[in-house]
Design a protein. Structure first.
Length: 135
């Protein structure tokens, strides 16, 4: 699935997200929900993520997620080794859900669908409930 489709899915599943963009760690805009504002939002995502990394100082830990609260909305950023995804939300969003949706979109972009689909559990014969039991 391409980045533009992933962002369309993000908007569909998260009613709190108003606009989003995906950028490379170098700052190149990969996709945006709105073609007109994708460059501006992408630049802001890259700038905020870079600034947050700079503020943390010389550590081995990289920024994973960031939330910025504004008077009428919030900006959320999540990143992996290759991309950062950011969004503008409605006021007072449920932060955990927004971060979950952003990180899920990053995983799907990276081609990692394993944790998005429940895996069947193999039953051990001893674990199976007795189907023929009358008790």
């Amino acid at each position: 699935m391409d980045a533009k489709s992933l962002l369309a899915d993000l908007l569909e599943v998260s009613g709190q997200v108003e606009a989003a963009a995906i950028v490379t760690r170098a700052g190149e805009v990969v996709a945006g929900t709105d073609d007109e504002s994708a460059a501006t939002l992408g630049a802001a995502i890259h700038s905020l993520a870079s600034s947050a990394n700079d503020v943390s100082g010389p550590t081995d830990q990289a920024l994973v997620q960031l939330q910025v609260s504004l008077s009428g909305s919030c900006v959320f950023i999540a990143q992996d080794e290759q991309h950062a995804i950011g969004c503008v939300t409605v006021a007072h969003p449920t932060a955990g859900l927004v971060f979950y949706d952003l990180k899920s979109t990053l995983r799907r972009l990276a081609g990692d669908h394993d944790d998005l689909v429940p895996k069947p559990i193999e039953w051990d014969v001893a674990d199976k409930p007795d189907a023929g039991s009358d008790t």
